[in-house]
Design a binder for this molecule. Structure first.
Ligand code: C2E
Ligand code: CA
Ligand code: CA
Ligand code: CA
Length: 275
């Protein structure tokens, strides 16, 4: 037993060391990266399922590093957030998102992810607003996604800064709803337009009554608070049918499309006959 214990410790230490090295490597590669060339966005439709019509495209970052190869956002966003590098990356991504949006019909908006760091300092938010204003894209076409965790990093600053963003005419949506720790009473203090129900509640929708109840009460809550509601991570027709039955019509997930390259978005929108 003693041997196993020691072995476990060794394995853990090695794994831990590997992950520390990996994080350091990602951090170094981020700092020396050519952000314009190595980073790009993919776009995933958020669809009004009753009309089969794309209302927005969520912008999801991708990194093709010349040294590390493809690094998933699950890996690099966390490192970028921890190191503070995210506030260098976010403005570059926002410019790319707005440039892409220029090619799409006016009725189609974009939904852009912000991290906690992006919404703590007013000068960073003002910089994002300046980029938005310079782009020529109407702020009404733009939504910013923030998580409860990001907001709770510094609630007072986040609140003030979300108001700055909202004053441009842009909208705010609360991402990954249901996975954070904040209470419902805090939600009503936030200047929100929309709630995004996390995909983890959708995965077992068919088999788990509790998940159905959670999604349907979040949907009812959003209606009571006059907020829109998007359900993420919808992969199957069966899930869509259940959600429509519950009254959720804004849907995002592989059922409609995986995140697409910019070059493929035009054809996707055409095929939906957006008018
Ligand atoms: P998120 O904002 O919750 O984005 C949704 C994630 O779920 C995306 O993963 C998307 O590809 C994935 N997804 C969408 N539909 C389905 C589905 O039907 N089934 C399954 N299994 N997955 C689905 P992705 O693109 O790997 O991004 C992971 C996370 O990285 C995002 O989660 C977000 O937190 C972060 N992220 C991505 N891009 C950015 C960015 O530009 N800025 C910031 N701050 N964070 C970003
Ligand atoms: Ca998101
Ligand atoms: Ca989400
Ligand atoms: Ca997430």
């Amino acid at each position: 037993a003693k041997r196993t214990g020691r072995l476990k410790t060794v394995v853990f230490d090695e794994e831990h060391e590997r992950s520390v090295r990996q994080t350091a490597l990602i951090e170094r590669s981020l700092r020396s990266a050519d952000l314009e060339a190595e980073f790009f966005l993919t776009f995933q439709p958020i669809v009004d399922s009753h009309q089969d019509r794309t209302m927005l495209l969520e912008c999801l970052a991708r990194w093709q590093s010349p040294t590390l190869g493809f690094v998933s956002p699950g890996q690099f966003i966390v490192v970028a957030e921890q190191s503070g590098f995210i506030s260098t990356l976010t403005p570059v991504l926002l410019e790319k998102a707005l440039r892409a949006a220029k090619q799409w019909p006016e009725e189609v908006g974009i939904s852009f992810n912000l991290s906690g760091h992006d919404i703590v300092a007013p000068e960073k938010v003002l910089n994002l607003i300046a980029i938005l204003m310079r782009s020529g894209i109407s702020p009404r076409r733009v939504e910013f996604e923030v998580t409860e965790t990001a907001i709770m990093m510094n609630l007072d600053q986040a609140l003030a800064n979300l108001h700055l963003l909202k004053n441009t005419g842009a909208r705010i949506s609360l991402d990954d709803f249901g996975t954070g720790y904040s209470s419902l009473s805090q939600i009503q203090k936030l200047p929100l337009d929309k709630i995004k129900v996390d995909g983890s509640f959708v995965r077992d929708l068919e088999s788990n009554e509790a998940s159905r109840k959670i999604v349907s009460s979040v949907s009812a809550l959003s209606r009571d608070l006059a907020l829109a509601c998007v359900v993420e991570g919808v992969e199957t027709r069966e899930q869509l049918d259940i959600l429509q039955g519950i009254g959720c019509s804004l849907i995002q997930g592989y059922f409609y499309s995986k995140p697409m390259r910019e070059a493929d978005v035009g054809a996707f929108l055409d095929q939906q006959d957006v008018t």
